[in-house]
Design a protein around this ligand. Structure first.
Ligand code: PSU
Ligand code: MN
Length: 302
């Protein structure tokens, strides 16, 4: 078993059934450029504290899986060159005493083991374009199917095959609800063009679905698809143009596997002159805000 260490404040909050929200570290280490990534990690935590919610940023440091980091831990996920760690990497990092930034999959896995029920991220991983040849589907999907945590995400990134991702979520029996929307968002954009079967109007509704899921004995997570606010959305025309350019570059570079997502995110920031980064931060803040409301509604039920 990979050793798990909860920060004192996370352990206290869980024991007292106060609201806690998990945050991932791959978005900080590999999804956002330095030094904005460090400011963002601190800001997401502060946003939760201001809402009365305990932040539980997850990472593996020197072989120990942490749920809840201290200031030095947050500095390390932003500044150190950490491996991108999914669930399968956890025992290897533990055995070697190595460090890693946890993906959505690994964060969900560890947070759930610690007893955290709500998790905010930017965008969930999914089925990559060309997956019928490459077999590249993020471990985020099967992990979410087996991990009873509620993930608040701005849908999935438009770099992915969104239609295929939604099909896989259906096959894996992961409930997907739009947060005040009937359309599945595409990360920087509010609307991927795909309809959702279900929409919720508030955090209490999400908490009620979580309770019903627990009573039904399901072990699947729940995906709350939360679109970036209208005023902060990226211009769809500019988005499409830059996405096509970045995808073409990834193709030419012959990128494969776990390097694909960080490469595309980095190139899209460069090609957009930083515009995609601002939208990425705005949508992540918006997910943290909704996750806080869900964690508060969940705590209030118990
Ligand atoms: N969403 C973001 N930034 C990111 C990611 C998602 O806004 O950096 C990361 C998450 O950690 C997610 C991972 O789990 O990308 C998916 O990578 P892959 O496609 O290799 O599974
Ligand atoms: Mn992959």
């Amino acid at each position: 078993m990979v050793a798990l260490t909860l920060s004192a404040e996370v352990a206290d909050a869980i024991a007292a059934r106060r609201p806690v929200v998990a945050l991932e570290s791959t978005i900080i280490s590999h999804g956002l450029p330095h030094p904005r990534n460090h400011a963002a990690a601190l800001e997401f935590e502060q946003q939760l504290r201001d809402a009365g919610v305990t932040p539980a940023t997850v990472a593996v440091l020197d072989g120990v899986a942490h749920v809840g980091l201290d200031a030095e831990g947050v500095r390390r996920i932003a500044e150190d060159d950490l491996a991108k760690a999914s669930v399968r990497d956890l025992p290897i990092l533990a055995a070697r005493g190595a460090s890693g930034a946890t993906t959505v999959a690994a964060t969900a896995h560890l947070a759930n083991r610690a007893g955290v029920r709500v998790f905010a991220t930017g965008g969930l991983g999914g089925v990559h374009r060309g997956a019928s040849d490459s077999f590249d589907e993020s471990a985020d999907l099967p992990t979410l199917a087996a991990t009873p945590i509620t993930v608040v995400s701005a849908g999935v990134k438009s770099v992915l095959d969104i239609a295929a991702t939604l099909e896989r979520l259906e096959t894996l029996s992961v409930p997907v609800v739009g947060y005040r929307t009937r359309r599945f968002p595409a990360f920087w954009l509010r609307d991927s063009g795909h309809d959702l079967d279900w929409t919720v109007e508030g955090a209490e509704e999400v908490a009620a679905i979580m309770a019903a899921r627990d009573e039904g004995g399901s072990s699947a997570g729940i995906l709350v698809a939360n679109p970036v606010p209208e005023a902060e959305e990226w211009d769809p025309g500019e988005h499409d143009r830059i996405l096509d350019a970045a995808l073409a570059e990834a193709d030419t570079a012959g990128l494969r596997g776990k390097a694909v997502t960080p490469f595309l995110l980095g190139r899209i920031v460069e090609l957009s002159g930083g515009r995609s980064l601002e939208v990425n931060l705005d949508l992540a803040r918006n997910n943290v805000r909704v996750a806080a409301e869900v964690a508060i509604a969940w705590a209030a039920r118990r």
